[in-house]
Design a binder for this molecule. Structure first.
Ligand code: HAM
Length: 423
């Protein structure tokens, strides 16, 4: 056993898994750019206060943050999510003065001290988008459609979009009051966390992770009976736009999401499967009308989502969805059969690499047998073989690893030959 092991809930990515992670990242980046998002990169840690705003009663803030004092005695937190950090940056860098809506995307590691289990890590990656400055049903749908397109392009099957509205400030206030009244009547049937939530954030009781099937929670008053006309109209317009674009959804009246900043529209993408991933949310998001203001900014609305990249990766794995998406890293392996040919191999490799053709050589063996073993491992598209005879005649033998066709060409023609074939 290795002397040191990785920290519980973290993962190493290498060989196939890092290729998969990069493939997902590149696909999401490309699609986000097609939708007009620009990248933002914020630090991995922030002043703790930045994250406290996302919900001083949420599990994330109360139980799951990696918080420590730095050497200057400042309270610092490893980011548990991206939205708060992006809002901080949006205000600090006065991005609101640039364009509106401001459409941003990010990709990076997040940290939550959760109990590790399938799809739940302590370090994980999110790909997220945030849009600031406008609030219209068309924009909201465009945001949802961009996430949906990512999952479609990845060929993900058996997932659904759950969507709900938790109303505007006025509707939610009325609804919260009703929920407090209702849950107080049934307080003895609630878990200890929910008892505490009654007066702080009664909506979060609907999202109870301890006791999600509790009939008291299932039968609680529904937000839709408390929505004012404006919230109702807004939500039904969102749904009708999704209908128009044939994006399937399920309205789930108990969907409230685990962060306190949401207002109006909330949504999650959920996977159905017959393994431990079943029911897992691999993307979650919603609108946040008051978050920017709560950071001391202006009254600027926002909407966004974040995709859990490890979850997405496990889903594609479980659906055997990679096919030929995971590209080979190495295009060419040069096999060389004596000491001088090894020198020539390095020279040819240098040239190929200058032309952006990923190339590997064997550094120590002289036998075909050993070097073919390396070829099996790397599975390059082409093998170049060089021995004494080839060296003396300024030629190489070049073999297409897929068709097994082998040709002899002069060394000066290697680049043009490969460029023609690799395009
Ligand atoms: P969230 O629902 O807390 O929302 O996280 C978004 C996604 O991150 C989840 O759906 C899940 O796929 C993934 N995720 C969360 N925790 C873990 C974990 N411990 N291990 C692996 N994956 C995890 C947010 O973070 C919001 N900031 C999303 C958002 C952006 N809302 C508006 N804008």
């Amino acid at each position: 056993m290795a002397k040191y092991q990785k920290v519980k809930g973290t993962q190493d990515f290498f060989e196939k898994s890092i290729l998969k992670l990069r493939y997902l990242e590149n696909t999401m980046r490309r699609i986000a750019k097609n939708y007009g998002y620009n990248e933002i990169k914020t630090p991995i840690f922030e002043h703790t206060d930045v994250f406290v705003r996302i919900g001083d009663d949420s599990d994330i803030v109360t139980k799951e943050m990696y918080t420590f004092l730095d050497k200057g005695n400042r309270s610092i937190t490893l980011r548990p999510e991206g939205t708060a950090a992006v809002v901080r940056s949006y205000l600090e860098n006065k991005l609101y003065a640039k364009t509106s809506p401001m459409k941003l995307f990010y990709f990076g590691p997040m940290f939550r001290y959760e109990r590790p289990q399938a799809g739940r890590y302590r370090e994980f990656h999110q790909f997220g988008v945030e849009v600031f400055g406008k609030s219209t049903p068309l924009l909201d749908c465009d945001v949802i459609i961009s996430a949906n397109q990512i999952f479609q392009e990845l060929g993900i099957k058996n997932y659904h979009l759950k969507i709900n509205t938790i109303g505007d400030n006025e509707s939610r206030k009325l609804y919260s009051e009703k929920l407090v009244e209702y849950f107080e009547e049934h307080i003895n049937h609630l878990c200890s966390d929910c008892k505490r939530r009654i007066n702080k954030n009664p909506l979060r009781i609907l999202d109870c992770k301890v006791d999600g099937n509790n009939p008291i929670i299932k039968n609680a008053p529904k937000i839709h009976d408390f929505l004012n006309q404006e919230s109702k109209d807004y939500f039904s317009e969102v749904l009708s736009i999704l209908d128009y674009y044939q994006v399937d959804y399920i309205v789930d009246e108990n969907l409230v999401r685990g962060l306190d900043y949401y207002t109006d529209l909330v949504f999650e993408f959920i996977i159905e499967s017959n393994d431990e991933l079943d029911g897992l949310a691999f993307c979650g998001g919603g609108k946040y009308a008051n978050l920017v203001e709560s950071f001391g900014g202006m009254d600027i609305p926002g909407i966004g989502y974040a995709i859990g990249v490890e979850r997405l990766l496990s889903i594609v794995d479980s659906q055997d969805g990679w096919n030929d998406k995971i590209e080979n890293d190495i295009d060419v392996l040069i096999i060389s059969l004596d000491k001088l040919s090894k020198l020539k191999a390095l020279e040819i490799a240098y040239l190929l690499r200058l032309h952006n053709i990923p190339t590997e050589i064997d550094y120590e063996h002289y036998t075909m047998k050993h070097q073919f073993k390396l070829a099996d491992k790397l599975n390059p598209k082409f093998l170049i073989i060089i021995g004494e005879e080839e060296r003396k005649n300024n030629i190489v033998s070049i073999k297409d690893n897929e068709t097994k066709v082998e040709e002899t060409i002069s060394q000066e023609k290697i680049i043009s030959y490969l460029k023609g074939k690799l395009l």
